[in-house]
Unconditional design. Structure first.
Lengths: 139, 214
């Protein structure tokens, strides 16, 4: 995980230098004008790198240790821990996707169709979020 | 046997067991990274239009109510603070309050998130009032380049805030629906707070660019 963090720090530095170089180059090329699209995109790419590097670095420090996948002497089954709750199967994402599809169709064809999509979307969203809070598998 | 690649039958204790970082938290941060680039596109639109029509910007930014937006910004930043207190409650696995309604030290995640929800809702309402005033002054999304840039950037942000409000409600609902508030519910609260802080920071950036830099 430390290696992942360092990789993103390298990317952040690369994008910061690119942003400076690009801005300066465009400034010369366009006679003292800044080309904003590339400048903004490159600066925020650097911020993206800092953001991920900082979080991964903090996480690596927080759990204190080396992940099996970062060790040369680890086995496959060392990296097989409990990593959380995953639904074995669920119909709700299907309904959720269908509802969003109806809404998008409504925006494209006629807004009245979207009014049918919204209630289905609400039901599907609540059903998905609370699937494991009610019924046989309630926690 | 040198070329056999199946896993060993005898357990090897070379790699000590570590508690892995939360996959939901890491995944949320990576997704928020993609959101950074989404807003990068919007900022690029804003700055490009600003550089191509400086006269329009000079005239239209006069109509902005900076003090109103500043008050709105402070409300959104405060909601991030209350949201973080909700996370502290979730981390000690306390879903709901254990004391009186005004005993803040005994508040659980649900109460703090409800307060954050209220502050976020005030922010969105403030945005709507501001939009109404601007439309009254002739700044609409279709009136000129400034209107398009202004409503696209702040509008997409307001949609993100609204999404966060819905996430708050669903998270509070989980605190009430669950039999025993556990790590899964705490994870939900933590990742919703990541999203909320992210949206808050984006707003600070938008506020500085639109209302201070103009």
């Amino acid at each position: 995980m430390r290696a992942n963090s360092i990789l993103f720090w390298i990317l952040a530095v690369f994008f910061a230098l690119s942003a400076a170089g690009y801005t300066f180059w465009a400034w010369i090329y366009y006679d003292g004008k800044i080309e904003w699209v590339g400048t903004v995109a490159l600066i925020l790419s650097a911020i993206l790198g800092v953001f991920l590097a900082f979080f991964l670095g903090r996480t690596a420090k927080g759990f204190g240790g080396v992940l099996p996948e970062d060790r040369l002497d680890a086995n496959i089954d060392d990296g097989d821990p409990e990593i959380g709750h995953f639904s074995p199967w669920s119909w709700w994402p299907f309904f959720l996707g269908g509802a969003v599809g109806i809404m998008a169709l409504g925006l494209a064809v006629g807004v009245w169709i979207a009014f049918i999509g919204v209630p289905i979307l609400l039901v599907a969203l609540v059903g998905w979020v609370y699937e494991y809070y009610r019924g046989y598998f309630a926690r | 046997m040198g070329c056999v690649t199946s896993t060993s039958i005898s357990p090897n204790s070379a790699a000590p067991v570590v508690s892995r970082p939360n996959v939901v938290a890491v995944g949320t941060i990576v997704w928020l990274g993609s959101e950074v680039m989404f807003f990068a596109g919007l900022f690029a639109i804003y700055f490009t239009l600003r550089s191509t029509s400086p006269g329009l910007w000079g005239a239209e930014t006069e109509k902005l109510n900076v003090s109103w937006a500043l008050g709105n910004t402070i409300i959104l930043v405060l909601s991030s603070v209350t949201c973080q207190f909700g996370v502290f409650a979730a981390e000690r696995l306390q879903g709901r309050k254990t004391g009186g309604a005004f005993n803040l030290a005994k508040w659980g995640m649900a109460e703090w998130f409800l307060l954050s929800y209220a502050l976020g809702a005030i922010f969105v309402c403030g945005q709507i009032v501001e939009y109404a005033n601007l439309v009254h002054d002739g700044v609409a999304i279709s009136s000129n380049a400034y209107g398009s840039a202004f409503y696209l950037t702040t509008g997409f942000h307001a949609m993100h805030v609204t999404g966060g409000l819905i996430a708050f409600l669903l998270t509070i609902g989980r605190a009430f629906a669950v039999k025993k508030f556990g790590h899964k519910e705490a994870t939900t609260a933590i990742v919703v707070s990541y999203y909320w802080h992210f949206v808050d920071v984006v707003w600070i950036g938008l506020f500085l660019v639109i209302y201070i830099l103009k």
